[in-house]
Ligand binder design. Sequence first.
Ligand code: AMP
Ligand code: MG
Length: 270
Amino acid sequence: MDLSPYRIAPGEPVRLADRPTEVDGGKTEDELDDLHDANLEALDELQERLFAEGTQSLLVVLQAMDAGGKDSTIGKVFGPLNPQGIRVWSFKKPTEKELSHDFLWRVHRRAPGHGYIGVFNRSHYEDVLVVKVHGLAPPDVIERRYDHIRHFEQILEDGGTTVVKFMLHISKDYQAERLRRRLRRPDKHWKFNPADLDERERWDDYMRCFETALERTSTESAPWYVVPAENRDFRDALVSSIVRETLERMDPQFPAPAFDPAEYPPESIE
Ligand code: AMP
Ligand code: MG
């Protein structure tokens, strides 16, 4: 699958309204499933290599509007992998203590250590999204955050962490459909938050803030991908393809043994 149409080039102007939210990539549901399964198999080995190597890590950032499918993407792409090598963290409204620090304080401590894949369900990008839409910080403070974020991600990169960022892109109509579904199904009521409707009213503001964030923080080493997220088979196959490609470029290697295997023939163990 060609990943480049979904990648935001550094400095590229972004118009989300021009980007599709529903795509099948010219593949049937079965073909998308097969591709996803093949990716998972490859990811399983790549993750083991990453862990064994223990000198680099991968950070996956997931952002979306409410009901955009962040939780289900995490389940489908990372759920099947060895849970010992994955660190998932969901960022909620900051606590009073978190607010008493700089906005990256709570984020940096959740960055994955060497050998691990970290997955952020929401992230430091909330600090230029919800915070900007609601004016929770002064405009000049928010304005400086784009530079802070680029530098922060460069610090991670310099420390051996590759960063890849996904915006799960849905339409406002699709969100309505998903929110209605949450209300129709009693087993999904727990996922419905009446406050999501206030956010929904600010849809256009959110899209503008996403566009600015994508334009100003998609870099060669920490790129953003805009994932058409309404066809969930396509979404999963695309995200797993990108994570796979990223890990393949990182090319983790099993470390050389710290002993001489010739001295320890397996038959010597009784
Ligand atoms: P959920 O992902 O549905 O559990 O909701 C988490 C909520 O926390 C969302 O409404 C986010 O917008 C909000 N949130 C996350 N990070 C921040 C932040 N830095 N400032 C304000 N709200 C945030
Ligand atoms: Mg929610």
